[in-house]
Design a protein around this ligand. Structure first.
Ligand code: NFE
Ligand code: MG
Length: 511
């Protein structure tokens, strides 16, 4: 057995259990291959249950508490669901301000994933110790690492996070990468703070914004606020171009074998990042991609299976009819995640899905050249993107695109023009689809007698980390782990790289 439990450096509580078989000496004396993997979401939260009976206008605030990393996406999904019921659309300013708040949230999330969560799968903090003294700027980091190492070596000591302990295994060769990237760990934290401050210019506060409402946004965009956002965005854009994108390319160059690893099904789903509006460009349009076959999105084709999930509610329901009845003793179940499927198929969602769906779409897409340019600089073609490195690099490419698009949206904001339009709440059924940092997110809502009668969410990580469905098909992460060779199942560094390339958030996934 191979166990990653708990899997650290993700959000929420995830355990990976995998059956392995020995593969012989060609891949190393202790090497094993994963035959079958299980992705286990270990916690139940119950947001869908607690929303029932509440006032719909409370929902955007409550659902933002599902997560501290992607709250804006939840707030927007809830608001769009209500707008579809109230028969309203946001004002032009409202739409732009909401895009700008979501852009800030996406940038903080992508930076956080690369520098604080995934990076330590590739760089080795102990390399800095071995070559101590070469760079004065790293003096404080070195001193901290030495203390941490001494503590970790003592049996009584608490292991020192975040750099130690870590799995033994093959990290990047050569010192420069470790050196540069570890030094950026702290700088990226400051950038993440800048992204939050940028979103808060129009959201009043973040992570959980206070200004998102049906009809737009409550914050009137004065010229001064626009300037405040612009200053922070310039700082972030500079960091992404100088550090994030080049660093992601450097990791891709250092680990070329990960273009071949962790692909999974090759099925991708994208909800599209904005409501359609002729005047406002969108970054990613909706669509579905299976292999190289693109198709338009059909929201009615979504259903959630629960054969392997701790729920006694019926299986294969569309979320507009979905139910959440927890059954922790259900035989055969192994996860608190349901298994969302699209026409019965497991689908991957996230930055890679957004980019591939749009790259292969029959409609023109402005990001295509950028993707080709970055891939040419690494020397691989788009067919290699369905891999661990593809996910990692697409997240960085997307961050650069989001920063540029945010500048374009900011330029369209009309200072002092109305950020929202009035509306009258009414009963009905609706849904709101959003592209959250981790992928396609949907909220389905019914309002009766002025109260929430039905609320179902299908989260990005629920798609990616789903367990086996009613037909026995593994979820996308489970599939991506199948066939993976690990040098030592007791130090499953390679499996961590595969799972973290999806940037899982189990807090969202179990909601
Ligand atoms: Ni908790 Fe989230 C994003 C959403 S993941 S981070 O992005 O929705 O399921
Ligand atoms: Mg749900």
């Amino acid at each position: 057995m191979l166990e990653l439990s708990p899997l650290t450096r993700i959000e929420g509580h995830l355990a990976i259990h995998a059956e392995v078989e020995a593969v012989g000496d060609a891949s190393g004396p202790g090497a094993h291959r994963i035959v079958r993997a299980r992705c286990e979401g270990e916690m139940f939260r119950g947001f869908e249950v607690l929303l029932a009976g509440r006032h719909p206008l409370d929902a955007p605030q409550i659902v933002q508490r599902i997560c501290g990393v992607c709250p804006v996406a939840h707030g927007l999904a809830s608001i769009r669901a209500q707008e579809s019921i109230y028969g309203i659309t946001p004002t032009a300013n409202g739409r732009l301000l909401r895009n700008l708040i979501l852009a800030a949230d996406t940038l903080h999330s992508h930076l956080f994933h690369f520098y604080q969560l995934a990076l330590l799968d590739y760089v080795d903090a102990s390399a800095v110790l071995r070559y101590a003294g070469r760079d004065r700027a790293l003096g404080a980091l070195k001193q901290w690492l030495e203390t941490a190492t001494a503590q970790a070596a003592s049996p009584a000591a608490v292991p020192a996070a975040p750099f130690l302990p870590r799995f033994e295994g093959r990290y990047a060769d050569g010192l420069e990468l470790h050196w540069t990237l570890l030094a950026r760990y702290g700088e990226a934290l400051a950038m993440r703070r800048t992204a939050h401050a940028m979103g808060a210019v129009f959201a009043a506060r973040l992570p959980h914004g206070a200004s998102l409402v049906p009809g737009g946004c409550t914050q009137t965009p004065t010229a001064e606020l626009v300037a405040q956002y612009r200053t922070r965005l310039a700082r972030l854009a500079e960091f992404i171009e100088r550090a994030y994108l080049p660093d992601a390319i450097a990791v891709a160059r250092a680990f070329p074998q990960y273009w071949e690893i962790g692909g999974g099904y090759g099925n991708f789903l994208c909800f599209g990042d904005l409501e359609p509006d002729g005047a406002i460009a969108r970054l990613a349009a909706p669509g579905v991609l299976c292999g190289k076959t693109w198709a338009p999105l059909d929201e009615q084709a979504i259903a959630e299976d629960v054969a392997s999930s701790w729920f006694s509610s019926p299986s294969r329901l569309h979320p507009a009819r979905g139910q959440t009845k927890a059954e922790p003793r259900k035989p055969g179940a192994y996860s608190w995640l349901k298994a969302p499927r699209y026409r019965g198929l497991p689908m991957e969602v996230g930055p890679l899905a957004r980019i591939l769906v749009n790259y292969h779409s029959p409609h023109p897409w402005s990001g295509r050249q950028e993707v080709d340019r970055v891939l040419a600089s690494v020397g691989v073609g788009p067919e290699k993107l369905v891999s661990v490195m593809g996910r990692t690099l697409c997240r960085a490419i997307e961050a650069a695109m989001v920063a540029r698009q945010a500048a374009a949206w900011l330029a369209q904001v009309e200072p002092d023009a109305p950020p929202a339009r009035p509306f009258t709440p009414r009963d009905g059924v609706g849904h709101g689809l959003v592209e959250a940092p981790r992928g396609a997110l949907g909220h389905w809502l019914a309002i009766k007698d002025g109260k929430i009668a039905h609320y179902q969410c299908v989260m990005p990580t629920t798609w990616n980390c789903s367990p086996r469905d009613d037909a026995g098909q593994p979820g996308p992460v489970e599939k991506a782990l199948e066939g993976l060779v690990v040098a030592d199942p007791k130090q499953p560094l390679e499996a961590g790289r595969v799972v973290r390339s999806f940037d899982p958030c189990l807090a969202c996934a179990v909601h």
